[in-house]
Design a protein around this ligand. Structure first.
Ligand code: XMP
Length: 512
């Protein structure tokens, strides 16, 4: 196992991900971790991450003393390299020639870290992001590669097994970055690379048991990938000490609620409360047309209902959440104390202060695709594990204008046909999100000999890696015509189909 000490870089999480991809278990801790804690963790090597501070400023963060007393191999990345140099007797200075983005390094010497990857004399692409740079090497180090802005872009002390890189090997824009990290973990530190999702599962189960003891845990299940995987994992650890609450707002897709109940109650034997609150939600949404008011209304009701169910259960000691790594931004404050902020994005279900319980968040270290892999490992059906993201407020934000049960029913029919065709064409997994929107517009049509005056709908399908930006999925015309024909023929009340071709930005993925 490898320990990553975090100095607050935006991309620290990618180091962990790259390591796991090569079968190495690692954990990310704040740089303030105590010597004793690190010793007890017994890592085979330590990676110091990048960070926003400047070593040249007095109170900037430093690696714990144990890092350099332990005799363990150390790799410093960007800020990590700079603090390593500053702590071991080198020098770091601010410089006018700052480097951000793509840069090239000249490889001038061999080292254990680079010898299988970069040949002496080669010019290699890397991704830089720094203002300061190392200007004097500590005793024992020698330069291995340099760039225009960073003469010591790679430095090595093969004897002590200390390495520093000014660039970021963890980002994909450094083409051989993964290989460098792999060399560090496998060859320098001697990791075997036999860590698997199965091992993670076993480790997490132990950790959940230790954290929870005999306590009771509740989990809000939404039917989405994250809460599903969290619930099954926790259930495997503590069985009936876990109760899941599924607040059904009546704005799910067709058959989804039944599927959630069937899967978790019948297949996994999880204690599940299915609260059908559709009357309440739809009642309170009556007359509401503003998207943000819809979100707030749904969010408030969700909490009310969840709280009611929790009280009925007699309370709980822990709240389980399917928080993923990208939701957790570990930032480092000026005083050196790490602070954790959870992105609130637009999730329904942020809980009010008086309900705060201790959290059980077994997925905090994982990325979405890793959660999916863990879900498969746990035997969760593909239709849940591979499911497209679905917004907390559900179909409410796919029905511009007032939401009614009739409109939701109509939209469910359109959506079902659209998704059926996407699945039949084998396109589901190539798409990030696909859904239909019921437009608050009636248009004239002709069917047979008659005139129709019915609603229009829009279809949307996008590709994306994180939902932050998105491209339109380029269906062929034949596919779109087939879907359009089916919708207009099979869904009474809809007589026109459009395809939304707006990317994000400037559009958003959802219409509201
Ligand atoms: P936008 O529409 O902002 O969506 O481009 C980005 C991603 O977030 C989802 N989304 C939501 N998820 N509650 C959620 O839980 C919301 O209110 C909400 N609004 C948008 C959207 O489906 C997409 O995946």
């Amino acid at each position: 196992r490898i320990l990553i000490l975090d100095f607050g870089s935006q991309v620290t999480q990618l180091i962990a991900r790259r390591l796991r991809e090569t079968g190495v278990y690692c954990e990310i801790w704040p740089f303030t971790a105590s010597d004793d804690r690190i010793r007890a963790f017994a890592p085979k090597g330590i990676i110091l991450s990048g960070g926003p501070a400047s070593v040249t400023e007095g109170a900037s963060p430093r690696a714990p003393g144990y890092v350099f007393e332990s005799g363990l191999p150390v790799l410093g990345i960007c800020y990590g390299q700079q603090t390593m140099c500053a702590q071991l007797g080198g020098a770091v200075e601010g410089h006018d020639h700052r480097e951000f983005g793509r840069a090239f390094v000249e490889v001038t010497a061999d080292s254990l870290l680079t010898r299988d990857i970069w040949q002496k004399g080669a010019r290699e692409q890397v991704w830089m992001s720094h203002g300061d740079r190392v200007t004097k090497l500590p005793p024992g180090f020698r330069p291995v590669a340099g760039s225009e802005g960073a003469p010591f872009a790679v430095i090595a002390d093969d004897t002590r097994r200390y390495y520093g890189v000014q660039f970021h090997p963890e980002v994909v824009h450094t083409p051989h970055g993964s290989a460098l990290l792999r060399t560090f973990t496998h060859q320098v530190c001697g990791c075997r690379g036999d860590w698997t999702m199965g091992a993670f599962r076993a480790e997490m189960i132990e950790r959940i048991r230790t954290q929870v003891g005999k306590g009771r845990v509740i989990c809000g299940l939404s039917g989405g990938v994250d809460s599903s995987v969290a619930a099954v994992l926790i259930h495997e650890a503590i069985g009936d000490q876990l109760t899941c609450i599924y607040v059904d707002h009546g704005l799910m897709r067709a058959n989804e609620s039944e599927q959630v109940v069937r899967t978790f109650r019948d297949r996994f034997n999880i204690r599940l409360i299915h609260r059908d609150a559709s009357e309440l939600f739809l009642g309170q949404l009556s007359g509401v047309t503003d998207p943000e008011v819809k979100r707030k209304t749904i969010g408030r009701l969700f909490i009310e209902v969840f709280e009611e169910e929790q009280t009925r259960l007699g309370g709980a000691d822990f709240l389980a959440q399917g928080t993923l790594y990208p939701d957790v931004i570990e930032s480092v404050s000026a005083t050196g104390g790490p602070s954790v902020t959870i992105k609130s994005h637009h999730n329904v279900g942020g809980l009010p202060a008086h309900m705060r319980m201790q959290l059980v968040e077994p997925l905090r270290e994982l990325f979405k695709d890793e959660v999916r892999a863990l879900g498969r490992e746990l035997g969760i059906p593909e239709e849940i594990v591979g499911r497209h993201p679905f917004p907390g407020p559900g179909l409410a934000i796919r029905i511009p204008g007032e939401v009614t049960r009739e409109k939701a029913d109509l939209l469910r029919k359109v959506d079902t046909i659209y998704l059926e065709e996407i699945r039949a064409a084998g396109l589901y997994d190539a798409i990030w999100q696909a859904f239909a929107v019921l437009l608050p517009v009636r248009t004239v049509g002709v069917m047979g000999d008659g005139r129709t005056y019915d609603q229009a709908c829009a279809l949307r399908a996008v590709t994306s890696t994180d939902g932050m930006t998105a491209d339109v999925y380029p269906f062929d015309m034949g596919f779109l015509s087939r879907v359009s024909n089916r919708i207009v023929n099979e869904v009474r009340g809809v007589n026109r189909v459009t395809y939304d071709i707006t990317s994000k930005p400037p559009g958003t993925i959802e219409w509201e």
